[in-house]
Design a binder for this molecule. Structure first.
Ligand code: MN
Length: 240
Protein backbone atom coordinates (compact mmCIF):
# COMPACT_ATOMS: atom_id res chain seq x y z
CA UNK A 1 0.00 0.00 0.00
CA UNK A 2 1.27 3.45 -0.86
CA UNK A 3 0.92 6.76 0.93
CA UNK A 4 1.23 9.97 -1.06
CA UNK A 5 2.13 13.55 -0.16
CA UNK A 6 1.69 16.77 -2.11
CA UNK A 7 1.58 20.47 -1.38
CA UNK A 8 1.67 23.82 -3.14
CA UNK A 9 -0.61 22.89 -6.02
CA UNK A 10 -1.91 26.48 -5.93
CA UNK A 11 -5.08 25.40 -7.74
CA UNK A 12 -6.58 28.42 -9.41
CA UNK A 13 -9.51 28.76 -11.86
CA UNK A 14 -7.08 30.76 -14.06
CA UNK A 15 -4.82 27.69 -14.58
CA UNK A 16 -7.23 24.80 -15.26
CA UNK A 17 -4.46 22.56 -16.64
CA UNK A 18 -2.99 22.17 -13.15
CA UNK A 19 -6.36 21.20 -11.69
CA UNK A 20 -6.82 18.74 -14.58
CA UNK A 21 -3.47 17.11 -13.73
CA UNK A 22 -4.48 16.89 -10.05
CA UNK A 23 -7.83 15.30 -10.96
CA UNK A 24 -5.98 12.74 -13.15
CA UNK A 25 -3.65 12.08 -10.21
CA UNK A 26 -6.67 11.41 -7.94
CA UNK A 27 -8.29 9.18 -10.54
CA UNK A 28 -5.05 7.26 -11.28
CA UNK A 29 -2.13 6.84 -8.86
CA UNK A 30 -4.24 7.54 -5.78
CA UNK A 31 -6.63 4.68 -6.58
CA UNK A 32 -6.04 2.05 -3.92
CA UNK A 33 -3.60 4.20 -1.93
CA UNK A 34 -3.75 4.01 1.85
CA UNK A 35 -3.60 7.77 2.36
CA UNK A 36 -3.05 11.13 0.72
CA UNK A 37 -1.55 13.98 2.73
CA UNK A 38 -2.07 17.47 1.29
CA UNK A 39 0.32 19.72 3.18
CA UNK A 40 -0.99 23.17 2.40
CA UNK A 41 -1.45 25.66 -0.43
CA UNK A 42 -3.61 23.23 -2.33
CA UNK A 43 -5.52 26.28 -3.49
CA UNK A 44 -3.96 29.54 -4.65
CA UNK A 45 -6.60 31.29 -2.56
CA UNK A 46 -9.45 29.95 -0.44
CA UNK A 47 -11.96 32.64 0.35
CA UNK A 48 -14.07 30.44 2.60
CA UNK A 49 -15.96 27.15 2.42
CA UNK A 50 -19.01 29.06 1.12
CA UNK A 51 -17.27 30.06 -2.16
CA UNK A 52 -19.32 28.49 -5.00
CA UNK A 53 -16.38 28.68 -7.50
CA UNK A 54 -17.11 25.79 -9.94
CA UNK A 55 -13.42 24.85 -10.42
CA UNK A 56 -13.07 24.34 -6.68
CA UNK A 57 -16.34 22.39 -6.47
CA UNK A 58 -14.89 19.89 -9.02
CA UNK A 59 -11.87 19.33 -6.76
CA UNK A 60 -14.13 18.89 -3.70
CA UNK A 61 -16.18 16.26 -5.56
CA UNK A 62 -13.09 14.30 -6.67
CA UNK A 63 -11.54 14.39 -3.20
CA UNK A 64 -14.84 13.09 -1.82
CA UNK A 65 -14.72 10.23 -4.31
CA UNK A 66 -11.27 9.06 -3.15
CA UNK A 67 -12.29 9.04 0.52
CA UNK A 68 -15.53 7.25 -0.41
CA UNK A 69 -13.34 4.47 -1.86
CA UNK A 70 -11.37 4.16 1.36
CA UNK A 71 -8.26 6.33 0.89
CA UNK A 72 -7.60 8.42 3.99
CA UNK A 73 -7.28 12.13 3.19
CA UNK A 74 -5.34 14.44 5.50
CA UNK A 75 -5.20 18.16 4.99
CA UNK A 76 -3.00 20.88 6.43
CA UNK A 77 -3.47 24.61 6.00
CA UNK A 78 -0.98 26.55 3.91
CA UNK A 79 -0.56 30.30 3.89
CA UNK A 80 -2.93 30.62 0.90
CA UNK A 81 -5.75 28.31 1.96
CA UNK A 82 -5.78 28.71 5.74
CA UNK A 83 -9.56 29.25 5.62
CA UNK A 84 -10.26 25.66 4.58
CA UNK A 85 -12.70 24.70 7.30
CA UNK A 86 -15.15 22.23 8.74
CA UNK A 87 -17.51 22.31 5.79
CA UNK A 88 -14.70 21.50 3.34
CA UNK A 89 -13.64 18.60 5.55
CA UNK A 90 -17.21 17.32 5.85
CA UNK A 91 -17.72 17.54 2.08
CA UNK A 92 -14.46 15.79 1.18
CA UNK A 93 -14.03 13.40 4.09
CA UNK A 94 -10.68 15.05 4.91
CA UNK A 95 -9.18 15.25 8.37
CA UNK A 96 -7.61 18.64 9.14
CA UNK A 97 -4.16 18.34 10.71
CA UNK A 98 -2.38 20.77 13.03
CA UNK A 99 0.88 22.29 11.80
CA UNK A 100 3.25 20.75 12.73
CA UNK A 101 1.95 17.27 13.46
CA UNK A 102 3.53 13.85 13.94
CA UNK A 103 2.18 11.10 11.70
CA UNK A 104 3.10 7.43 11.67
CA UNK A 105 4.14 6.37 8.16
CA UNK A 106 5.01 2.69 7.96
CA UNK A 107 6.37 2.14 11.44
CA UNK A 108 8.15 5.49 11.60
CA UNK A 109 7.12 8.73 13.32
CA UNK A 110 7.39 11.57 10.81
CA UNK A 111 6.95 15.29 11.35
CA UNK A 112 4.67 17.02 8.83
CA UNK A 113 4.41 20.76 8.32
CA UNK A 114 3.47 23.24 5.62
CA UNK A 115 6.90 24.76 6.24
CA UNK A 116 6.26 28.48 6.37
CA UNK A 117 6.60 28.50 10.16
CA UNK A 118 10.26 27.51 9.69
CA UNK A 119 11.09 30.53 7.53
CA UNK A 120 12.03 32.47 10.65
CA UNK A 121 14.60 34.68 8.88
CA UNK A 122 11.70 36.41 7.14
CA UNK A 123 10.45 38.67 9.94
CA UNK A 124 7.91 40.53 7.81
CA UNK A 125 6.38 37.25 6.66
CA UNK A 126 6.21 35.85 10.21
CA UNK A 127 4.36 38.97 11.42
CA UNK A 128 1.82 38.55 8.60
CA UNK A 129 1.50 34.83 9.39
CA UNK A 130 0.69 35.56 13.04
CA UNK A 131 -1.92 38.13 11.98
CA UNK A 132 -3.82 35.85 9.58
CA UNK A 133 -3.80 33.04 12.13
CA UNK A 134 -5.66 35.24 14.62
CA UNK A 135 -9.19 33.78 14.99
CA UNK A 136 -10.74 37.29 15.19
CA UNK A 137 -9.06 38.30 11.92
CA UNK A 138 -10.32 35.12 10.27
CA UNK A 139 -13.87 35.62 11.53
CA UNK A 140 -13.83 39.22 10.33
CA UNK A 141 -12.59 38.17 6.88
CA UNK A 142 -15.09 35.35 6.35
CA UNK A 143 -17.95 37.67 7.41
CA UNK A 144 -17.18 39.96 4.43
CA UNK A 145 -19.06 39.53 1.13
CA UNK A 146 -17.25 37.19 -1.31
CA UNK A 147 -16.43 40.05 -3.69
CA UNK A 148 -14.59 41.92 -0.91
CA UNK A 149 -12.76 38.76 0.15
CA UNK A 150 -11.72 38.16 -3.48
CA UNK A 151 -10.38 41.72 -3.81
CA UNK A 152 -8.42 41.49 -0.52
CA UNK A 153 -6.95 38.09 -1.51
CA UNK A 154 -5.82 39.48 -4.89
CA UNK A 155 -4.14 42.42 -3.12
CA UNK A 156 -2.46 40.06 -0.64
CA UNK A 157 -1.06 37.89 -3.46
CA UNK A 158 0.31 40.95 -5.26
CA UNK A 159 1.98 42.04 -2.01
CA UNK A 160 3.41 38.54 -1.52
CA UNK A 161 4.87 38.47 -5.06
CA UNK A 162 6.53 41.85 -4.46
CA UNK A 163 7.94 40.67 -1.13
CA UNK A 164 9.31 37.41 -2.60
CA UNK A 165 10.93 39.27 -5.50
CA UNK A 166 12.65 41.69 -3.11
CA UNK A 167 13.75 39.17 -0.45
CA UNK A 168 16.84 37.00 -0.99
CA UNK A 169 16.59 33.23 -1.50
CA UNK A 170 18.18 32.67 1.91
CA UNK A 171 15.49 34.77 3.65
CA UNK A 172 12.58 32.88 2.09
CA UNK A 173 13.94 29.37 2.77
CA UNK A 174 13.59 27.46 6.03
CA UNK A 175 16.12 28.16 8.76
CA UNK A 176 18.27 25.09 9.41
CA UNK A 177 18.57 25.77 13.17
CA UNK A 178 14.77 26.05 13.41
CA UNK A 179 14.45 22.73 11.54
CA UNK A 180 16.89 20.98 13.88
CA UNK A 181 15.26 22.41 17.02
CA UNK A 182 11.81 21.30 15.89
CA UNK A 183 12.90 17.80 14.80
CA UNK A 184 14.88 17.15 17.96
CA UNK A 185 12.05 18.41 20.21
CA UNK A 186 9.63 16.08 18.39
CA UNK A 187 12.10 13.15 18.56
CA UNK A 188 11.77 12.44 14.84
CA UNK A 189 14.44 11.75 12.24
CA UNK A 190 12.26 12.50 9.21
CA UNK A 191 10.33 15.61 8.30
CA UNK A 192 8.20 16.42 5.26
CA UNK A 193 7.17 19.95 4.31
CA UNK A 194 6.39 22.19 1.36
CA UNK A 195 5.96 25.96 0.97
CA UNK A 196 9.43 26.88 -0.33
CA UNK A 197 8.91 25.33 -3.80
CA UNK A 198 12.42 23.82 -3.58
CA UNK A 199 11.83 20.06 -3.90
CA UNK A 200 14.73 18.11 -2.46
CA UNK A 201 15.75 15.39 -0.06
CA UNK A 202 18.17 16.84 2.51
CA UNK A 203 20.16 14.55 4.78
CA UNK A 204 22.14 15.87 7.72
CA UNK A 205 23.82 14.53 10.77
CA UNK A 206 23.59 15.72 14.37
CA UNK A 207 25.76 13.97 16.94
CA UNK A 208 25.94 10.82 14.84
CA UNK A 209 22.19 10.62 14.19
CA UNK A 210 21.03 10.92 10.56
CA UNK A 211 18.09 13.20 9.86
CA UNK A 212 16.12 13.54 6.63
CA UNK A 213 14.11 16.57 5.52
CA UNK A 214 12.00 16.05 2.41
CA UNK A 215 10.75 19.17 0.65
CA UNK A 216 7.73 18.86 -1.65
CA UNK A 217 7.71 20.99 -4.78
CA UNK A 218 5.05 23.20 -6.30
CA UNK A 219 2.78 22.40 -9.21
CA UNK A 220 3.49 24.89 -11.98
CA UNK A 221 5.05 23.89 -15.32
CA UNK A 222 6.28 20.78 -13.50
CA UNK A 223 4.68 19.07 -10.53
CA UNK A 224 5.94 17.23 -7.50
CA UNK A 225 4.61 14.39 -5.40
CA UNK A 226 6.12 12.15 -2.76
CA UNK A 227 5.24 8.46 -2.63
CA UNK A 228 5.97 6.27 0.36
CA UNK A 229 5.84 2.49 0.03
CA UNK A 230 7.67 -0.46 1.60
CA UNK A 231 10.83 0.55 -0.33
CA UNK A 232 10.92 4.04 1.20
CA UNK A 233 10.27 7.59 0.02
CA UNK A 234 10.28 8.57 -3.65
CA UNK A 235 10.11 12.25 -4.61
CA UNK A 236 8.80 12.32 -8.18
CA UNK A 237 7.12 14.46 -10.78
CA UNK A 238 3.36 13.81 -10.80
CA UNK A 239 3.18 10.55 -12.79
CA UNK A 240 0.11 11.54 -14.85
MN1 MN B 1 3.00 28.21 1.27
Amino acid sequence: MSTWFASDLHLDPATPEIADRFLRFLAGPIQGAAALYLLGDIFEAWLGDDDPEPAHRDVVAKLASITARGTLLFLMHGNRDFLLGERFCAETGATLLDDPVIATIGAQRVLLSHGDGLCVDDGAYQRLRALVRDPDVRRGFTALPLASRRRLATEARAGSRKHLAAAGAYITDVNQAAVETLMRAACVCTMIHGHTHRPALHRFDIEGVEYTRIVLGAWHATSSVLRWDSTGYHLLPCPV
